[in-house]
Design a protein around this ligand. Structure first.
Ligand code: SAH
Ligand code: SF4
Ligand code: F3S
Length: 471
């Protein structure tokens, strides 16, 4: 799950669809950073605030409440948040009474320290405490700055119907679990998100059905490690695992595509792969972060699989789902990584033939196992050079992967106008590749069409539409 900023453009789409504030109502403005989970949480926050009679605004200057949903995954992510806080400070100074709240992972990591470090922050709210927002706001109105960073073992916000902030009206995220019980030594998430818990599958299916009825045609099931999804009825009668959940959501309607993220190589099962092969509407795409291609480094990272295990998983996926696309997350320059070990990572990229990867230089996070046990001893310029090599190789492979699609015909779900031209549509194929093609009369977002690929770059496929599809 990746870092991305909810761009002005996307916020625009959101708020144009929502009504402005009524007389006497207060406005809130929310910005989100970090992974899709955070974006999904912002939709829960929006729902809680709208219940409490707040109206969303895309304009920070007219907001009574400015919220920032933060990420701690790398130092850079936290730096970005602090820069944004400087900008909010200016707005607050020019409009006394405006409240500023810090939500999400950085709130959880820094807790009360935030109030000491950032004088103009009025509330600090961790990922499991969003129901408490209305009362924290009421206290802040009285000048009482508040913190709630309680991490719950139960909270899944199952009963809250998220307000779809990123409203293309076609694709949506559904959060199926929270927290993470893995202890990857480099990672701050178990500390910021708490223990893993799975959401009631019937509330997940109900949300998917509701989205389908509203015209949505694709849902992405979200969790830090979806393959360890495990739900048990309180009386112990019924158990649902991830493979079963996938099938339950896919059964909502054959016209509803189902995606999921993120998979952990140690937990993804053959049952999941078989269900993907069996259901046409479960997309043939798996994000399977490897982190490193070397067994010693993987052991230090506490990933609990080694190079051989990962390669076998890759083989298994391509055996069961031959046209599956696989993508990855990769960390360059983890503690004590040698040149040979780095070369193993490059080799793994070749072996797996990833369609794309998210690639990072290792950034030590305070409090993690790696920060306590290992020295962050790979010099910054070496990390950067290794990262460049990884990116260069991945780009070549992505380009090859895409060129291989030229001449093929794919079923594409139309998502909307392409970024570059209102004469073109964009949509993705089952393998999660974006395809751009000229608009045809009578075709609208939410339709399925077949597109023949004519050209490819390392990032996008370009094609022409053949026909609309009735699934
Ligand atoms: N739950 C997901 C990943 C969540 S974080 C999973 O297990 O795959 C997204 C990615 O950020 C990770 O896969 C990892 O590649 C990267 N990441 C996490 N901590 C990092 C750190 N300290 N430095 C650099 N990259 C990191
Ligand atoms: Fe972090 Fe590992 Fe959990 Fe992913 S599985 S969130 S990398 S601890
Ligand atoms: Fe996500 Fe960043 Fe938190 S990646 S879980 S928002 S630390």
């Amino acid at each position: 799950m990746q870092q991305q900023l909810l761009s002005e453009e996307r916020q625009g789409e959101v708020f144009d669809k929502l009504k402005g504030p009524a007389e006497g109502q207060r406005n809130f403005y929310i910005e989100s950073y970090g992974c899709q989970m955070n974006f999904s949480d912002s939709e829960i926050v929006a729902s809680i605030l709208m219940e409490a009679n707040y109206a969303p605004t895309r304009n920070m200057e007219e907001a009574d409440l400015i919220l920032i949903n933060t990420c701690s995954i790398r130092e850079k992510a936290e730096d970005t948040v602090r820069k944004r806080l400087r900008i909010f400070d200016k707005v607050k100074n020019s409009k006394p009474g405006t409240l500023v709240g810090v939500l999400g992972c950085m709130a959880e990591r820094l807790k009360t320290k935030f109030l000491e470090e950032e004088q103009l922050v009025d509330m600090v709210v961790g990922p499991d405490a969003y129901r408490d927002l209305p009362s924290l706001i009421a206290n802040a109105d009285e000048g009482d700055r508040g913190v709630n960073v309680f991490l719950s073992r139960e909270e899944t916000y199952a009963d809250i119907s998220p307000v779809r902030l990123d409203g293309n009206g076609v694709t949506a995220f559904i959060s199926i679990m929270r927290g993470c019980d893995n202890m990857c030594s480099f990672c701050v998430v178990p500390f910021t998100r708490g223990r893993e818990r799975s959401r009631d599958p019937f509330s997940i299916v109900a949300e998917a059905r509701d989205l389908f009825q509203k015209g949505y045609r694709e849902v992405t099931l979200l969790g830090q490690n979806v393959d360890s999804y495990k739900w048990q009825q309180p009386d112990g009668q019924l158990h649902v695992n991830f493979a079963e959940l996938l099938a339950m959501v896919a059964d909502v309607d054959p016209k509803l595509r189902v995606r999921f993220s993120t998979s952990h190589p140690k937990d993804i099962t053959d049952d999941v792969l078989h269900n993907m092969a069996r259901y046409k509407n479960i997309c043939n795409y798996i994000h399977l972060p490897v982190q490193s291609g070397n067994s010693r480094v993987l052991k230090l990272m506490n990933r609990t699989y080694d190079r051989e295990w990962y390669r076998n998983k890759i083989d298994r996926i391509y055996d069961i789902i031959p046209d599956c696309a696989i993508s990855s997350d990769i960390i360059a320059g983890f503690c004590s990584e040698s040149e040979e070990e780095h070369a193993d990572t490059l080799e793994m990229i070749e072996y797996a033939q990833y369609s794309m990867s998210y690639m990072f230089a290792y950034s030590e996070r305070p409090g993690t196992l790696a920060a306590k046990k290992y020295e962050d001893d790979v010099p910054e310029e070496v990390k950067k050079r290794r990262l460049r090599e990884i990116i260069q190789l991945q780009n070549q492979i992505s380009e090859r992967h895409n060129l291989n699609d030229v001449g093929k015909v794919f079923e594409v779900l139309v998502e909307g106008d392409s970024k570059k031209s209102t004469h073109d549509y964009k949509g993705r194929n089952s393998q999660n590749k974006m395809i751009v093609f000229p608009k045809e009369a009578g075709v609208k977002p939410g339709d399925y069409v077949t597109v023949k690929v004519e050209q490819a770059t390392s990032a996008t496929l370009i094609g022409t539409m053949l026909q609309t599809v009735t699934v």
